[in-house]
Write a protein that binds this ligand. Sequence first.
Ligand code: TIU
Length: 230
Amino acid sequence: MTVTVDADPGPFELDVATTALVIIDMQRDFCEPGGFGETLGNDVSLLRGVIPPLQRVLAAARALGMTVVHTREGHVPDLSDCPPAKLHRGSPSLRIGDPGPKGRILVRGEYGHDIVDELAPVEGELVVDKPGKGSFHGTSFGAELAARGITRLVVTGVTTEVCVHTTVREANDRGYECLVLSDCVGSYFPEFQRVGLAMIAAQGGIFGWVAPSAALLTALPVTALEGTPS
Ligand code: TIU
């Protein structure tokens, strides 16, 4: 079943059977106080606006039986997969691995590392743990997509200019076509949100397409989403 989404810089066609919804790093560590995002000096409340539209898109993807992939940025407890360059960079209030109010910062298995309740994965959805900003680096993401015959990605999550951009750039170089949903990706910096999205679709879609979630939901053959969280 192929649909066409009104997107920038032009129509984006997708077949729900070969397209995955990718939800990047919607973790407490980025979206709630006391986590990695806040240790870096950010106002994490800026990311929370992404949650309601993303809930609607997730409900539609589930109703259609689309492949859904959640990613989580983080490290194994001994931090052996965290390059010193990442561990020692900057002067955060707490470093990766330090104990914080939601557990050790950006460490797998900790409460803060997990996905926010509103977008919790359900059985059958893939959860990809990644040590870096991109979803392909050091993970089984590419192999999992290939095993399912996925060729196109609808990309959502946080943050627009960091893990979303890195993943879309990685995907583009690997031959995937990516549609980024403008209201389902978020940044701590409003100007980075605007420019980050513009960069994707500029130059005829140099590494992807951009559209609001309403354009996708209008195109998808989902009519019975009453009761969807708003
Ligand atoms: N700091 C920031 O904007 N982002 C990250 O560190 N990781 C993700 O984007 N997931």
